[in-house]
Design a protein around this ligand. Sequence first.
Ligand code: ATP
Ligand code: MG
Length: 359
Amino acid sequence: MVKVALKNIYKSFKHKSKVVNVLQGVTLEIPESKFTVVLAPSGEGKTTLIRVIAGLEKQDSGDVYIGDKIVNDTPPKDRKLAMVFQNYAIYPFMNVYDNIAFPLKIAHAPKDEIDKKVKEVSKMLEIGELLDRRPSQLSGGQRQRVAIARALIKGTDLLLLDEPLSNLDAQLRTLARAELKELQKRLKTTIVYVTHDQTEAMVLADQVAILHAGKIEQVDDPLIVYRKPKDTWVAKFIGNPPMNLIEGELLDEKTFQFEDNKIKIPPSISKILKVKKGKAILGIRPENIKINEGNVKATIKFVEPLGSETILHLVVGKIQLDAIAFQMHTVELNKEINIDLSDESIVMFDSKTGMRMEN
Ligand SMILES: Nc1ncnc2c1ncn2[C@@H]1O[C@H](COP(=O)(O)OP(=O)(O)OP(=O)(O)O)[C@@H](O)[C@H]1O
Ligand SMILES: [Mg+2]
């Protein structure tokens, strides 16, 4: 297995006379045998990034390392990696067997070796029964497995996946996601997986790298990204509904005020706050707002009952907040309730820079 590193990668495209700056100094370490997910909204440069690693796109500047070697001038076929493209690109006119065998065929591998490998890899991905079918006779999930089988057949230390599950329906996606994670744990292949889907990132990743405005905004364990977003942009990007961000003022390290409400900052947070006074933003996730407790008065404006939970859209003065109630049988619109925002999970951000204030 192999580690990968990107050092200060820049990449722009010229389209007619317009320049699109896509990657603007991407630096990222991808540890060996781990599952790294690069998460970004659509159009932020995920495909570009993965194509730069594969060597299908040449960066304008910066270095790509595979292992300890700089591969800037190494052609794709010599980078010893496999890639599954955003649209799979399996050949519709070939059956599953020939699709999977293709990389070995063009490498002129002996026939019996090809046969052995196709059987091995198709068994591993549980598509051994489908070898004589055409792609049009497969479900989306099966097609995706054919694409992965083809990527794995030559034996690879590094697998690049570009939103491989985006064409699947929700149920299949959940299934395929679990399979992929299990496969990675078994093979210990280094995986770089790009997606705009935060659930995929949370579930699959050993580390998540968030790409924003051409740079890596935060790299961390998925739960750390969720609990301790580095800045308000990440806080808003992750979570559904996203983190509530409330502008107000720190009166001292123990008290945050917005409108007429004073929020007690839990000691675990106040003792690590770097700045103890002045304008600030308090971040709290919807599930951490306690309902029918505390002394902040909120009005229920709108509700989304999802079965296991209910999303409450609340208004406190001029501020809108989302909360999640796990047990709430009857909800009256325009009713005033009490909420408690003084939770151990709150995060404080600098109001000018948007950066998290603690540690
Ligand atoms: N060959 C190209 N010529 C000009 N512009 C390009 C080219 N390839 C990509 N772009 C632009 O670069 C930006 C990033 O594209 P990219 O495909 O990397 O984004 P993405 O994050 O993969 O998006 P998506 O989630 O929709 O797949 C987009 O604005 C895109 O239009
Ligand atoms: Mg893309």
